[in-house]
Design a protein around this ligand. Structure first.
Ligand code: SF4
Length: 434
């Protein structure tokens, strides 16, 4: 990379944020008043008319990857049936509300945890239940999250025959030495074999790759990106490593078992390398962290409708739900989850109700999602232009070459793409003038 470009990238900020605003990390513990107000909200009609995502969550996992901070539960066969009964009951509780009856879903996404620890029949059973109980669009998509170590040809065939569109698998890296350090259960070769089989069966495959892992040089990272391109994947989600307190990786780093990851500059340059390699190979960057080759990812309603669409998520530990102004996370403990649902209580542990200012800032967060902010729509909704509400952040970001503003919209630039999370925080931390 040209030294001037490298300097321009690194001069934009003094630190690269890893996580955008308005996520579950900021929600407060649920109170009886907030739960009541959420339940009252569910009695209203969904006037938004944007297609939404339905995301039942399988909390179980049979691994303990050292970086993992997901609120998952170690897989135990005897928990499965009571959990699935509770999951269906919670789905039904939502399905019977007016808000959900007046909503339409065009994606069913089994998230987790690792849904593929369950059998194909169990997973298909949940998807069928969703189809029977919710308004599902004709052109809906089914996606299943999983791990390559608990997938085999037989399961993949059943998914393909049922009409699953996409498998989302957490590969992280194909490098075996790094995989071992992360306690990932299978080898890079096995992950590759499963991916090839899934694609031969006609499934889309979207993988997670992580960069700035301990011991991962720029060369190893390039090899991972190269392998993803060679596999002709439909999508690749690239995440920077975040060492989360309490994870096994935190201990591995403290004890010296793993070398420390690189600093933010190395992290930013690894991302830039991926952008260059993927775009050269014909991939388009979309949404949070994805590079894609398929129309479905670019046109995804839930992504393009932010923040007005919605994700209805259910299951122990699920944390990506947002309906109207409410964002929520469910209780993590399986026993507590089953008990609450059996009593007909929404098993919400944390919740956030966005006020007007939050909604304004969430619209500006579209820049983080690589979506433009439509100025006319903004004016119609909030009575002022983004430049009037956020004069200082917009001036600063324009001067730094991170955003472009014209009569119609605000967009991120190529340089801004690297700093999308920092950009979202500029707006979240500013005082909106309205
Ligand atoms: S497979 Fe996924 S959910 Fe399970 S430990 Fe690894 S990262 Fe976490």
């Amino acid at each position: 990379m040209d030294e001037n470009i490298r300097q321009e990238i690194l001069n934009a900020y003094e630190f690269r944020k890893q996580w955008p605003p308005y996520t579950y990390r900021e929600y407060l513990d649920v109170t009886p008043e907030l739960l009541k107000s959420f339940v009252e909200f569910l009695k209203t009609e969904n006037m938004g008319k944007r297609k939404m995502e339905l995301q039942p969550w399988i909390t179980f996992c049979d691994s303990r990857c050292s970086f993992c901070y997901y609120p998952s539960t170690m897989f135990r066969g005897e928990f499965v049936n009571p959990y699935l009964t509770a999951l269906k009951k919670e789905l039904k509780m939502y399905a019977e509300t007016r808000y959900v009856k007046t909503s339409e879903f065009d994606e069913i996404v089994l998230g987790g945890g690792t849904p593929t620890v369950l059998s194909a029949e169990q997973l298909i059973g949940i998807i069928s239940f969703c189809k029977e109980n919710f308004n599902i669009s004709q052109d809906y998509m089914i996606k299943i999250t999983g791990s390559t170590h608990n997938l085999d040809e037989c399961k993949l065939k059943k998914f393909a025959e049922y009409g699953v569109l996409q498998l989302d698998v957490g590969v992280q890296t194909f490098n075996n030495e790094i995989r071992r350090g992360l306690f990932i259960q299978d080898s890079g070769e096995h992950a590759e074999e499963i991916i090839r089989k899934a694609r031969q069966l006609g499934l889309y495959v979207c993988i997670d790759l992580m960069y700035n892992l301990p011991g991962q040089t720029m060369e190893i990272w390039r090899e991972d990106v190269k392998k993803a391109i060679e596999l002709e994947l439909e999508g690749i989600d690239c995440y920077p490593l975040e060492v989360y307190p309490g994870t096994l990786m935190e201990k591995q780093l403290q004890s010296g078992e793993l070398p420390p990851p690189g600093d933010w500059k190395k992290e930013a340059l690894m991302y830039v390398e991926a952008v260059e390699m993927f775009t050269k190979a014909g991939y388009t960057p979309v949404g949070h962290d994805r590079f894609t080759k398929v129309r479905e990812h670019i046109e995804e309603s839930c992504l393009n409708g932010w923040p007005w669409a919605g994700i209805l998520t259910t299951g122990a530990g699920c944390f990506m739900g947002y309906l109207g102004r409410y964002s929520y996370q469910n209780t993590e403990k399986v026993h507590e989850y089953i008990e609450k649902v059996s009593k007909g209580i929404f098993p919400i542990a944390k919740i956030h109700k966005s006020n007007d200012e939050d909604m304004i800032k969430k619209v500006m967060e579209r820049l983080y999602l690589r979506l433009p902010v439509d100025k006319k729509e903004f004016l119609d909704k909030f009575g002022k232009l983004p430049e009037e509400m956020f004069p200082d952040p917009i001036k600063k970001l324009k001067e730094r070459g991170l955003i472009e503003v014209d009569d119609k919209e605000i967009r991120i630039t190529k340089l801004g793409d690297i700093w999308r999370i920092n950009i979202a925080w500029e707006f979240a931390n500013a005082k909106a003038i309205y």
